[in-house]
Design a protein around this ligand. Structure first.
Ligand code: FAD
Length: 349
């Protein structure tokens, strides 16, 4: 509810609030040990927004195909690879870097998250860590997305965050934390739409054409009613997801509810903000109203943090009760096996 109110007026501030409460930090708080939690909490409470580093040039939606490696050497790990589109890259101090963990012999142990501290402003940067430059984005420009390079960066082994289930299932477990981030991101999108709706309502009551307030035209009234209904539906889905918990005592929201809520809210917001802009006519298209900024801001929520297509795939998998691996081999092998294993409700069989 707080994030919604902030997003109504400033998408960027809402993102900082979400990322500092529900991004990489929630993975550390959920799976980290006492020292890791205390270290990260101290920086977040002092104002840092931790960066979460998953995406790579060749591993976007297919995140598990990441190539960044962390090879064990004594008590440390040596990190090598490239991450891009990292929000807060270069301005954050805490980085949760996901990498393929290799043992001393180079054998793949699974994916783990490493806490890395780099304060560029103070010149406290680990050797081999470089911020390569900023991505130019269409919206939410107050916080950078950056490409990061790791060249033989040495990290003490104590900064590896790994769930109790171990590294083999480590990525899936750590990504549970992303379910709260998704609820947060969906809430920002919904909040921007709610802000646009409020602005549109006031404008319809103020602006006159044909000698009448715009609010008297039924064509616009129906648009407004649809916008309000869509925002309300998204809010209910998000609240349901925020209240939910995943299976096995998870402290994070249910994956399907989070995916459903973010999917609906992010697509809804693009349409609602666009309709609000339309109601302002030329004024909406100009920079004397924040609507053109909101329209650019809101466009990203069907992409970042799990695209609309990937969320649909997750939701479909959950409805059908099957895994939905997207690689050719994985799909062919699993679908036959799982199709037979999935138990349909007898009433509809
Ligand atoms: P691709 O994976 O290349 O996808 C391209 C298109 O194909 C998309 O429409 C996608 O939905 C579709 N597609 C891909 N696979 C399938 C499939 N199996 N079925 C159907 N459609 C498919 N990443 C981080 O790690 N940390 C961050 O802080 C971060 N911040 C971001 C901030 C912004 C503003 C943006 C835009 C992105 C950010 N990202 C971040 C990256 C983001 O998570 C990725 O952009 C996202 O996962 C998609 O990856 P991609 O861009 O490589 O697209």
């Amino acid at each position: 509810m707080v994030v919604e109110e902030i997003a109504k007026v400033c998408t960027l501030t809402a993102r900082v609030v979400v990322e500092a409460n529900m991004g990489g930090i929630s993975a550390v708080m959920g799976y980290g040990n006492h020292e890791q939690k205390a270290f990260c909490a101290q920086h977040v409470l002092a104002g840092d927004k931790p960066a979460i580093c998953i995406t790579e040039p060749d591993a976007g939606s297919a995140a598990t195909e990441m190539r960044t490696t962390a090879q064990k050497r004594g008590d440390s790990y040596i990190l090598n690879g490239t991450k891009h589109w990292i929000t807060g890259g270069g301005t954050s101090k805490l980085y949760l870097v996901f990498a393929r963990v290799l043992d001393e012999a180079g054998i793949d142990q699974g994916i783990g998250g490493f806490i890395l501290f780099a304060d560029l402003a103070a010149g406290e940067v680990p050797d081999g860590f470089r911020v390569m430059g900023r991505e130019q984005t269409m919206g939410i420009c107050g916080m950078p997305e950056a490409e990061l390079r790791f060249e033989n960066v040495e990290i003490d082994g104590k900064w590896l965050v790994q769930p109790q289930s171990g590294l083999k299932r480590g990525f899936a477990e750590l990504m549970n934390a992303y379910n709260s981030q998704r609820v947060g991101a969906g809430t920002i999108a919904m909040g921007v739409a709610a802000g646009a709706l409020e602005r549109a309502k006031h404008y319809l009551l103020q602006r006159e054409q044909f000698g009448r307030p715009l609010a008297e035209f039924q064509g616009l009234q129906w648009m407004l009613a649809d916008m309000d209904t869509q925002v309300h539906a998204a809010r209910l889905l998000l609240h349901e997801a925020a209240r939910s918990r995943g299976p096995n005592g998870s402290q994070y929201p249910d994956m399907t509810m989070a995916a459903r809520a973010k999917l609906f809210a992010s697509e809804m917001a693009i349409k609602v903000v666009s309709d609000a802009l339309q109601m302002f006519g030329a004024r909406g298209y100009s920079d004397c109203e924040p609507l053109e900024r909101m329209y650019r801001d809101v466009r990203m929520f069907t992409i970042g943090g799990g695209t609309a297509q990937i969320l649909r795939t997750q939701i479909a998998g959950s409805i059908l009760g099957i895994k939905t691996p997207q690689t050719r081999d994985g799909y062919t092998r699993l679908s036959e096996m799982e199709r037979h294993a999935a138990v349909p409700d007898r009433r509809f069989a």
